[in-house]
Design a binder for this molecule. Structure first.
Ligand code: C5P
Length: 307
């Protein structure tokens, strides 16, 4: 493989992109456009997809990894859409082979699809020497999906609007997590719809970030963060997938500081004190038989990066 020089006409470019967990996901009432205003505190964690783009005769997507069979390889794939969007803006063909080496759980509430969109965008920009500004890349990310800008930026950030309007946040330490991967995915629109259904007839306040949570993040205090994490989509995810309650109980019983559904689920996320605690909770979750796979990861980590 040729070295991934920016603007290379013949080589390949590989971008590494992290998964995310939402330490706070406050969801407002549905907007007229069908989306929901959010106060969404994102943390990028060390599970990564790698997106490689190589010049080709036509746009083509391939995927490898244990869950590759669940990844759509057609024009609905966010990586393909990212390449097309950048090519269209710069008046060129998106003739590129996109290969996704997938390690982020698919349809799991960890922004795996969004990661591939951000990764393909950055990779095509480097391959084609497009020289798009950070602002333009973020614009395209926001067109692709609500979580895609965060996949580009990484670290820790507050997402307002539908999650795409980002403010970077300071994180004063590394937070250790265990993730329990459930069988099958959950549809994000279905989870939002279930959230609306469960809250029908109740007053839904405008979503606001929790000052105590932002302070816990800033000081790197895992116990304080655990006391303040929240996910308004969790009741909806558990309603659609009641077995998630057993997974959450198994992690709590093993000593996790906090147990929550990751984003729209069905992956569940367990905040723990340190690496040894992560191993203990991971072993207990594996033994519980309440999930398909268990992963350990820490964050924050950087966003999409050319490797
Ligand atoms: O933006 P994205 O394509 O990821 O959103 C997928 C779906 O999730 C939307 O069509 C919508 O049903 C729901 N959603 C929402 N409010 C948000 C983000 C997503 O209702 N802020």
């Amino acid at each position: 493989m040729t070295s991934p020089a920016a603007g290379s006409a013949t080589g390949s470019v590989t971008v590494r992109v992290p998964a995310k967990v939402n330490v706070q996901l406050a969801v407002g009432a549905p907007r007229p456009d069908g989306f929901h205003d959010l106060a969404n505190v994102f943390l990028a964690v060390g599970l990564h997809d790698e997106v490689t783009v190589t010049p080709a005769d036509a746009l083509r997507v391939t995927c490898s990894g244990p869950d590759a069979a669940q990844v759509p390889l057609d024009a609905t794939n966010l990586a393909a859409r990212a390449a097309l969007a950048l090519a269209e803006r710069h008046g060129r063909e998106a003739n590129v082979h996109i290969h996704i080496a997938k390690d982020i759980p698919v349809a799991g509430g960890m922004a795996g699809g969004s990661a591939d969109g951000a990764g393909a965008l950055l990779a095509c920009d480097a391959l084609w020497g497009t020289g798009a500004s950070r602002e333009e890349l973020l614009d395209i990310c926001a067109e692709l999906g609500s979580d895609v800008p965060f996949s580009l930026v990484g670290g820790a950030a507050l997402g307002r609007g539908r999650g795409e309007l980002l403010t970077p946040l300071e994180a004063g330490g590394t937070f250790h997590w265990v993730f329990a991967v459930a069988d099958g995915g959950l549809s994000t629109p279905a989870v939002y719809a279930e959230c609306d259904r469960l809250r029908a007839g109740t007053h839904v306040p405008a979503p606001e970030p929790s000052p105590a949570l932002l302070e816990a993040l800033r000081t790197g205090d895992a116990a304080a963060l655990a006391a303040t994490v929240s996910n308004d989509l969790q009741p909806a995810a558990v309603s659609l997938r009641p077995s998630l309650a057993d997974t959450l109980d198994a992690g709590t019983g093993a000593g996790a500081l906090a147990a929550m559904v990751s984003g729209s689920g069905p992956t569940t996320a367990f905040l723990v004190a340190d690496a040894p605690a992560a191993q203990k909770v991971a072993d207990a979750l594996t033994a519980s038989g309440t999930c398909r796979a268990v992963r350990i990861a820490a964050g924050p980590v950087p966003g999409a990066t050319v490797v």
